[in-house]
Design a protein around this ligand. Structure first.
Ligand SMILES: Nc1nc2c(ncn2[C@@H]2O[C@H](COP(=O)(O)OP(=O)(O)OP(=O)(O)O)[C@@H](O)[C@H]2O)c(=O)[nH]1
Length: 378
């Protein structure tokens, strides 16, 4: 071995030791991540029996509440001491798709039981692929959150579409979300048609059922059932929790038999800084009535732990001067408000006190500039 080779070997050993020190689970997770790249064989998913058909006058395949007495839709992480029976254990990836505002993020949060995806009543606020992991005794459900599919107008739009299609091709189950309070439309037909070529099992999720009466729901379920040959159709309300557990059961039923893909203490793969950035962006979007959602990006520049407080320095990027004034508001009142709301959310996420330093900056045309997009994490 040459001196150069010896040095390289030592460098590699040092790097591995550092990695292990800073994140002892990394090696295990790394191995698990490899599984996501596998050409996921659809083993049991396609052959799994359909969910029990209810007595309701609904199309076949619609899944009625399996257990009416189920208390809550929160799930505890499986205890470490639980022996995993890998012969019946299922693990895999699922994602929710659907038109903007269909309730995908809210549903992801309801299933994982922690605020990991970003919700807002403005369409198109979900940008990052955020994985939430639901650990149950005999299954592990990895939820991938994607933005919607759109006619791209900018480089960002194209990247987002690529991301969506890439995600669709990697998951085991796709749940198309149809809001119960809106009629089935062209967007729903477009998304359903996109499913034909995919290897994943496709189910329909009729969301926000708390907003409609039974007759409207029945009509919506029938309309949805005509769109595609869904493996199951599940009506849910992420807000009331109605049928959220049933939906989890259905998703899990369609996962392949597989050992766990992640250690049982992992809730999301998204780094803390990205989650914090998303919470700030969500706060900044509140009450904005124009096209601003597409133009705001947040980058958490630095996080410093000082005693019991974590200091967070973040930049809020907009594209134009006029947008900057909107975000800041009269005499800075709006930005102050954004900071207060974001701080409360972040403190809840981190479970400790934070000091938040927010700056609004202009990054001209960032949605069209590859360098800026990279910097902002796209
Ligand atoms: N009443 C009711 N409202 C819901 C429910 N699920 C979501 N919402 C509301 O619908 C709006 C959109 O929800 P999101 O979860 O952000 O929708 P999304 O599909 O992720 O939206 P995009 O990120 O735009 O694709 C929010 O205001 C939610 O609070 C539900 O089950 N019941």
């Amino acid at each position: 071995m040459t001196a150069g080779e010896r040095n390289e070997l030592r460098r590699q050993e040092r790097r591995a030791a550092r990695r292990e020190q800073s994140d002892p689970g990394a090696a295990k997770r790394g191995a698990a991540e490899g599984v996501t790249k596998r050409p996921a064989p659809k083993q049991t998913a396609t052959s799994a029996p359909a969910a029990p058909v209810s007595q309701d006058p609904r199309p076949s395949g619609i899944t009625a509440p399996a257990r009416t007495e189920r208390k809550k839709h929160r799930h505890k992480a499986a205890s470490r001491s639980v022996e995993v029976d890998t012969t019946t254990y299922r693990a895999g990836f699922a994602c929710f798709v659907g038109r903007p505002n269909a309730g995908k993020s809210t549903l992801t949060n309801a299933i994982i039981g922690q605020k990991i995806a970003i919700t807002s009543n403005k369409p198109q606020t979900t940008r990052h692929v955020i994985r939430g992991i639901l650990h149950q005794e005999n299954s592990q459900l990895v939820l991938v959150d994607t933005p919607g599919l759109h006619r791209p107008r900018t480089l960002l739009g194209e990247r987002l579409n690529d991301l969506v299609r890439e995600t669709w091709s990697e998951v085991d189950v796709i749940g198309i979300c149809f809001p119960a309070d809106e009629p089935v439309g062209a967007g729903d037909r477009f998304i359903s048609a996109e499913m034909a070529e995919l290897k994943a099992t496709v189910i329909a999720v009729v969301t926000k059922v708390d907003l409609v009466d039974p007759a409207t729901l029945t009509k919506r379920l029938l309309d949805v059932s005509k769109l595609y040959d869904f493996a199951d159709i599940v009506p849910v309300s992420a807000v009331s929790g109605h049928q959220v557990e049933t939906l989890v059961d259905v998703l899990v039923k369609h996962l392949p038999e597989s050992p766990p893909l992640y250690p049982d203490d992992v809730l999301t793969e998204e780094p803390e800084q990205v989650l914090i950035g998303e919470l700030i962006r969500e706060a900044a979007l509140e009450g904005v009535r124009d096209e601003l959602p597409h133009s705001i990006a947040v980058l958490v520049e630095e996080m410093l732990v000082e005693g019991r407080t974590t200091k967070i320095y973040a930049n809020l990027f907009v594209e134009r001067d006029s947008q900057k004034s909107i975000v800041i508001g009269t005499k800075g009142a709006r930005l102050k408000d954004v900071g207060t709301r974001a701080r409360a959310e972040i403190e809840q996420l981190l479970g400790r006190k934070i000091y938040l330093d927010l700056h609004v900056r202009i990054a001209k045309e960032w949605q069209r500039d590859p360098k800026q997009l990279r910097k902002l994490g796209f």
